[in-house]
Write a protein that binds this ligand. Structure first.
Ligand code: ADP
Ligand code: DP6
Ligand code: CO
Length: 350
């Protein structure tokens, strides 16, 4: 048996991806840019195995529960493409074991809430692609692998890189230029911190996939947003390179609010923010106003949970106000650490 285990961290977008121009290939209606978080905190860990003796058919367990792998579904497509790349290597070098012909067994764990708007599809699909690339010893670069991860979940292509990452929308119909690349490394701006505020760990009512499709079909405001985003991509990249936190924060908050506005402009409307999320927005706006400078930026993905970006020197102050207005936050300092990452029993069957 051959086995490989890889962890991938989540990434939280400052310029949000929301809308597909091609739903099968997962080509976005706009470029996006995110920060990949530290792997020590929110991560997916995926173990992939192949063996000649496994019964026919690929199988996958997510958080200990088996999910069906449809051949033409997103997971199936990722597996097929990576298997093809392995086959190419096997054809070039006949001494390689024929792993591409053997069934796969994949087990993945998220150490944080799944499908709750904390980007589990990003870390999850990135970990899947990275673990298969390791198992198959593929020569492809992270940007090439991002083309495959993108077809699993759009946001996943960005989690194959650390630091500040752009997903370029590309212009080719086959999607071959719709890939992720690093804009700056974590070390380029090491003072950056992200505070995750778990408002709810429940599964969201509207998945990102169905929500954004509904927006594309029904929102007129989305067209307006698509005119604005390219300029924001340029500007935010400059703020990262020049470590200009104030403008980085302004753009990040504006883009989060723009994304939630197009959700509201969708029919029927999509509400990802709840009253606690809105209070967090008010608390951070007030913190910035009373500080006389912008020291914190909130952003919300497709769920009520907040991510607050701030610099190390100010994170104490940010934590102070969050704990003051949301006192329960202090009690559950590390809500993620109790999650088991043991492989499921049934994973060891054939
Ligand atoms: P989120 O906001 O958490 O990204 P999404 O609606 O985008 O929520 O996607 C959630 C879906 O992503 C899950 O229902 C599951 O299908 C998939 N997913 C999440 N984590 C993993 C994982 N570790 N491995 C494989 N697929 C995953
Ligand atoms: C709001 O990547 O989860 O988090 O491509 O359909 O799997 P699919 O959607 P997904 O959408 C993420 C939306 C977002 C913004 C972002 O991460 O850029
Ligand atoms: Co997602």
């Amino acid at each position: 048996m051959y086995e490989a285990t890889v962890s991938a961290p989540v990434n939280i977008a400052c310029i949000k991806y929301w809308g597909k121009r091609d739903t099968k290939l997962i080509l976005p209606t706009n470029s996006s840019l995110s920060v990949t978080l530290d792997q020590d905190h929110l991560r997916s860990t995926t173990t992939s195995r192949v063996d000649e003796s496994f019964e026919k058919g690929d199988r996958l367990w997510l958080n200990g529960k088996e999910e069906t792998v449809k051949e033409d579904g997103r997971l199936g497509v990722c597996i097929k493409e990576l298997r093809n790349w392995r086959k190419i290597e096997e054809d070039k070098n006949s001494s390689l074991p024929k792993l591409s012909q053997w069934p796969l067994r994949i087990a993945s764990y998220n150490n944080f809430p799944t499908a709750a708007g904390l980007a589990s599809s990003a870390s999850g699909l990135a970990a899947l692609v990275a673990s298969l690339a390791k198992l198959y010893e593929l020569p492809q670069s992270p940007s090439e692998l991002s083309l495959i991860a993108r077809q699993g979940s759009g946001s996943a292509c960005r989690s194959l890189f650390g630091g500040y990452v752009a997903w370029r929308e590309g212009s080719k119909e086959d999607g071959s230029d719709s890939l992720a690349e690093q804009v700056a490394s974590r070390e380029d701006w090491p003072e950056m911190r992200a505070l995750i505020c778990v408002v709810s760990d429940l599964k969201k009512g509207t998945s990102s996939t169905s929500g954004m499709q509904r927006t594309v079909e029904t929102s007129t405001l989305l067209k307006e947003r698509l005119n604005i985003v390219p300029g924001r991509m340029e500007e935010i990249s400059k703020t990262i390179k020049s470590k200009d936190f104030e403008n980085f924060a302004k753009i990040t908050m504006k883009d989060s609010n723009s994304f939630h506005s197009v959700c509201l402009d969708t029919s029927p409307p999509i509400f990802y923010l709840n009253d606690v999320s809105k209070s967090i927005i008010q608390v951070i706006e007030e913190l910035n106003r009373s500080s006389g400078e912008i020291i914190a930026a909130y952003t919300f993905d497709a769920g009520p949970n907040a991510v607050i970006y701030s610099l190390e020197k100010n994170i104490g102050k940010v934590l102070g106000v969050i704990n003051k207005f949301f006192p329960q936050a202090e009690e559950s300092k590390d809500p993620f650490k109790t999650k088991s990452e043991d492989l499921p029993e049934s994973f060891n069957q054939n």
